[in-house]
Design a binder for this molecule. Sequence first.
Ligand code: HSE
Length: 345
Amino acid sequence: MQTYRLAIIGFGNVGQGFTQILRDEGADLAQQSGVRFQIVAVSDLLKGSVHDPKGIDPAALLDSIAATTRLDRVTAPDRAWNALETIERSRADIVIELSYTDLKTGEPAITHLRRALELGRHVVTTNKGPIALKYPELKALAEKHGVEIGAEGTVMSGTPSLRLAQELLSAARIRKIQGIVNGTTNYILAQMEAGVPYADALQDAQVKGYAEADPTGDVEGFDAAGKVVIMANLLMGQALTLADVDRQGITQLTPADMAEAKAAGERWKLIGRVETIGEQLTASVKPTRLPSSHPLASVSGATNAITFSTDLLGDVTLVGPGAGRIETGYAIVGDLLAIHRKRKK
Ligand code: HSE
């Protein structure tokens, strides 16, 4: 059976969610797809670092985190490698980059991805920073070294939005993309509608693993703007930057605003949108009041929804999870299987 060795950089919610899937579903996955994914290294800035060329049991990683919040209890011959050493020395086939998202600099993830690609490793990431800021450069580097980049989890977590659009909708010509692309804010808005104070709702979203390490990125609309940029550049052939997105978050919405919308039979939603009309392109993230009858109005909690408006097919709407440990961990599984399918050809 074909085995891919994996090095994981960053072991927060997403890395742990992915490892949980491998622990619980790895055997089924192997049986179904004829491929085995073996973790050989994990490196996390705070939780520690382990490398074992013979493979590390996913359960041992998760048990150690559960017991100590660190990787100290995992038995491994090498345990002091930083992220770059792990990429350079682990001889993994695929580097899974899950360090924290920084939408301003994209670092340290860009450096990690560049190095992995230069060494001829495939990369999979759910990190929006490098994909929003440097995708063309990283893609060119991947092509030069004959390897793949998987970034499905950067938009709508494990719901296959990028792959659906890239592989199945591109020939229909996508003219407009709009939707709810941030789970944290959508969750907070629904909670506020139910009378929960903003701060409590935000804390809840953090506990549930929806929010970014720094939730300002979510509530100020940067996360959604990053996703708008990713979709415009990967799916519509644009070269947008974050500065091109007219962005507003949800922090100014008050309980009174919520009540007013409710009384009018409407709901507040944070809507991300990118649209081309002729040569003109507009991109925005804005809190928007939608009538309850609008298809996006009923999308609640951490669920996301995206409508792709195309020339040949009209509107295609995808609704599904937009955040969460297992949900985003699943995006990695999808990317790994896609790499395997491509390599098999
Ligand atoms: N913080 C993000 C969200 C995670 O709430 O949607 C998924 O990208």
